[in-house]
Structure formats: C-alpha cells, structure tokens
Design a protein around this ligand. Sequence first.
Ligand SMILES: [Zn+2]
Length: 380
Amino acid sequence: MTFALTAERLFDGHELVDHAVLVIDGEKIASVGTSPPEGMQVIDLGDATLLPGLIDTHQHLVFNGVGTLEEQVTDISDDELADRARENATRALRAGITTIRDLGDRDFVTLHLRDDPELPTILAAGPPITPEGGHCWYLGGSCTGADGLVAAVEERKRRGCDVVKIMVTGGALTPTYPMWKSQFSAAEVKTVVAAAHERGLPVAAHCHGIDGIWDALTAEVDTIEHCTYFTESGMSEPDQRLIAAIAASGIVVSASLGRDTRFQPPPVIAANFSTMVGALGELWRMGGKICIGTDAGIGPGKPHDILPTAAMDLATAGLTPQEILTTLTVSGANAIGLGSRKGRLLPGYDADVLAVDGNPLVDPDALRNVHAVWRHGTLV
Ligand SMILES: [Zn+2]
C-alpha cells in the first residue's frame, strides 16, 4: 500500500522541514517532498510533527518492575515471561518506540519475539554474561574462565543473538558485587570482545565502576551501558581523563535516563544522579557519542514506554531540543548498528514513524503527545 502523511512539521532525524509530505510505500519510506504524487491518499495530521520512530538501546522486556530483579524472574515459566515481554514491547510501540535493544532476558525468550510484525523491531542479547553469583546471575548467563566466556559467546552466536551483553562491573540491584567493583579482569573483558567480534557480534558492556569503564574502553567494546563512574568510595566521581578518553574513542555511551514520577532510584543512584547527568553533558561537549537506553523494566517508574521522558535530563545535560531528538533517533540507531535503515525519515529507510501533536523542537516534552505511530508502514 502506498500513501502519504503530511503535517505542519517533519523532523528527519537532523533537520526540520515545514509542511513536508512523507510518502510510504509498503514497509519503506519512498520519498520526502513538498507535494504528494497525484491521486495518492494523503493523511493530514495538522498541527503535528512527524519524526523517526524512537530507539531505546537498553531495555529488559522480561522485567515488570515489581519486586527485586530476582523476584521478577523467579517462579515464572518461559511462556509467561514471553507473554510479559510481548506486553511490554507493545506498550513501548504505542509510545512511538519502534526499535528496542533488549540487553538481558532469561532463557533467550526475547529472541522469539523478533518475528512478530505487531511488535517493535527487537534486537536481543539473551542472558547477560556474568560470573557465578554476579550481577543478574539469576538470568542464567553465569560463566567462568576464558573457555567458559568464549563458549558463552559461541552459544549466543549459535542461538542467533544480535549482541553480546557483559556485566563488566557489579550493579545496584544485585547485592553480591558492589557496583563500582569489576566482576571480570581486563583480560577476560578482552576475551569476550575478541570472541564476539570474530563472530560478527557487537558487545554492550554494563559498567558502573571506573576500573570497569577503563577495561571496556581498552577492550574496544561497542557500547558502554550506564557509564556512571563509581569508585570504591561508593560515589560517582567522574574522572576527566577517562571522559576525554571515551570521547576520543568514539565508543558510544548508552546513558540510563528516562523515569516517571514513581521512580525510586536506589539511594546510591539518587545521591549521584546530578553528578552523572553532569558527566554526560561533559562527554557530549567533548564530542563524545551518546544514546539513551532506559533500562526499562527494572523497577516501578521505569515502564517500557519511558524513553521520551529522557528528554528532560538530556536538556539538563545541556543538549538543545534538536540534539535531544537526534540522540533518541539517529544516535540510537547508529549505536545498535541499524543506522542505515532506522532513525531517519529518508527514502529507503524503514517506515517507522512517530507523529506527535505540537512541536518537540520547541518543547521535547511534546514527544509524549502521541498522535499516531507507524511500524514498517503499518498504523499501530
Ligand atoms: Zn540493564
């Protein structure tokens, strides 16, 4: 089916075009012009803005935010987890999040959702690689030793995962390892990255501690998740030399922003939140690459449609509305390897379109005024 969408404004990922006409042919964008081809069905959305569908680079579709992370995946079957994941993905899609990178499920259940045309495009990591008893061990990705790590990467390749997730440091929500502490040696991180890259898989590295961030950087991971600069003091202490090194490396920081009013961050995050947002701004000003991965699912206040609220913290970090929109679309797509077909409204790209009422280039909060969403050319 071929049809055209028109609205007061269109943001193609980088530029604003007034009164543009977006022509969709099947699952793809056919053209972006100023007048519709003759005789074509035109849907006029009025005082709205057409944008590329949003990209959340870090979600957990199997989590529902109720209880501890471990409780959320205990005493529940794979089928029930898959149903929950499907529900969460649907909720995201309705908010205009047309692409999700899932960075940690249990039993690889998220992989099966990828063929469902009613869901967003999903990239899946399967269970994160972590040591015995390490952060998120209850997702089933524990392994030890170089051979064990290579075997874990091999298994993910064999099962068809899109990305390898490694828990380089502890996390706030698993008490076994403090979040600043590295769970793997620098050599082990390198082993995982080499094994993954040899097999054509990118690596997303969960890093809270400064030592872990340095190890991830040295090993040349593809994205650094969270990147909160924690030290043994239990505080976030962004290190200027490290921020400069990340910026120079070109490695993307996938920052964990986005929250609603119910969000009760772990006290350690709450106490350091403004420091972390400040460090993100500093990285940005140094030319570092950033995208947003909400970590949706981990708790109340982190539902799977929370991405648009990240705009508020990105503004605090010093990004302009235009830069914020680019971060949530183009940068997200580039970070997860889909930049040639997602994140922009250009001919040949997937017809993933979000229409919002109002003008998010003036007020990014308008991203939450969803008017309509198209996924691969189909109205959601
Ligand atoms: Zn996570």
